[in-house]
Design a protein around this ligand. Structure first.
Ligand SMILES: *Cc1c(COP(=O)(O)O)cnc(C)c1O
Length: 422
């Protein structure tokens, strides 16, 4: 029986290189040692692992034999999550974290030392931006943040020396896309480690390692988990780099919880289905919004009008589930409009099965000041809209109703109508 299970697991392992990404999302990382014949990866709530044989214990502790010692280092449920995302990103290794920000900060602090220089873009996630402008300079690390749309300027900054090139694509909240292959090549000419935050795209829509990146980072809290019920982060890449980042994390302690790992694993099984739906709905919604007279501007890389459309078409297989738009009437109109949406949580997350909406000031860039948001080119009257898996027609009707009920600037009423909940 055990032999048969091992053979079938080996068969799946052989398939992992060739199986489609939807198949991998379901099966990758599930080849666990069966415990009481469970078909699902159990949640291992155990801080430590017992060994009767001291030699065996020592071998595991020294990494000579596979196994677990202590929960801050490794855990079987967490290992299954790492294996699933590793195989979806096509990486040699992966290591996980308590949150996306833990993954980003641990990676940057592993790779950078005083005197080093890091090049990135102005549009990174608000927390990442804080690391660049507040924390890294305190440790004598030079940070160069470039205009996200100006590839020439980014290449010039890389040319001045670059230990780490840190990219995010698409970006928050105006969904700009950077040319990963072009910038990775520029980074490698300087011997940089090229890191890409792939949270918005997911491995379904974009494969940064194939485009030349060295490391891929995710806030697993978003699309990977997909249900807004677990925080997590992950870094995927070559074994040597990932081992260094893992070592930093095992000592500093920002490890992923086993229950969160389980929820993320479960969510990821439907990743391919969810992303296909969200890509399709977001495109329809972006087109609808673009044609609506009360909408001033729509940012979605799938639209021909978007500044990054050509790059997105070249490097992505889908344009993703996040768009943003500005409505006429400024922030007062935003305050009137958002509570009228019936099918959207007004909340700070994204990438969930439910649609989520909010302005950058309380979502992606809550960590930034008004001045910092202005400097990053983010209009205060913008709405970030993360499309869920609801029927696109219902979401469009919901947006249309809310837009039509929103007073234009000339007739702004105080207060808003009570939100009608289904
Ligand atoms: C949310 C997010 C992060 C941070 O992830 P947490 O899990 O909230 O720590 C990083 N990058 C991007 C693009 C994000 O959207």
């Amino acid at each position: 029986m055990k032999q048969q299970i091992k053979q079938r697991a080996a068969g799946r392992n052989r398939q992992e290189g060739v199986a489609g990404i939807g198949t991998r999302a379901v099966w990758a990382g599930e080849n666990i040692e069966p415990w009481e014949r469970t078909t699902q990866v159990p949640v291992a709530f155990s801080v430590s692992y017992g060994y009767d044989d001291l030699d065996e214990w020592a071998d595991v502790a020294l990494g000579k034999t596979r196994g677990h010692i202590y929960g801050r280092n490794t855990n079987p449920t967490v290992a299954a999550f790492e294996e699933k995302i590793r195989l979806l990103e096509g990486a040699k290794a992966a290591t996980s974290f308590a949150s996306g920000m833990a993954a980003i900060s641990n990676t940057l602090f592993t790779l950078l030392s005083p005197g080093d220089r890091v090049v990135s873009v102005k549009d990174t996630y608000g927390g990442t931006n804080k690391i660049f402008i507040e924390f890294l300079p305190r440790f004598g690390i030079e940070v160069s943040l470039c205009d996200t749309a100006d590839h020439g300027a980014i290449e010039a900054a890389i040319g001045e020396g670059c230990k780490v090139l840190y990219l995010e694509s698409p970006t928050n909240p105006t969904v700009k896309v950077v040319d990963i292959a072009r910038l990775a090549a520029a980074g490698h000419r300087q011997g940089s480690v090229v890191v890409v935050d792939n949270t918005f795209a997911t491995p379904i829509n974009q494969q940064p390692l194939d485009l030349g990146a060295d490391l891929v980072i995710h806030s697993a809290t978003k699309f990977l988990g997909g249900h807004a019920d677990a925080l997590g982060g992950v870094v995927c890449g070559p074994a040597d780099l990932v081992a260094r980042i893992y070592h930093f994390r095992e000592i500093t302690g920002a490890c992923l919880e086993p229950m969160s790992a389980y929820l993320l694993l479960r969510g990821m099984k439907t990743l391919d289905l969810r992303i296909a739906r969200q890509n399709e709905s977001a495109m329809k919604i972006a087109r609808f919004l673009e044609s609506h007279p009360k909408v001033e501007r729509v940012f979605y890389p799938g639209l021909e009008s978007h500044q990054s459309h050509e790059i997105a078409r070249k490097q992505m297989s889908g344009f993703g589930g996040v768009l943003s738009f500005a409505i006429r009437g400024g922030f007062d109109a935003v305050k009137s409009f958002l509570p009228r949406l019936n099918y959207a949580h007004l909340a700070a997350n994204l990438g969930a099965v439910e649609t989520v909406a909010g302005p950058p000031a309380t979502t992606s860039h809550v960590e930034s000041t008004k001045q910092e948001r202005e400097a990053a080119g983010i209009p205060e009257a913008l709405i970030r809209y993360s499309v869920g898996i609801e029927d696109a027609d219902d979401l469009i009707a919901d947006l249309r109703n809310a837009l039509e009920a929103t007073a234009s600037k000339s007739s702004t009423r105080a207060g808003t109508r009570k939100r009608v909940r289904k």
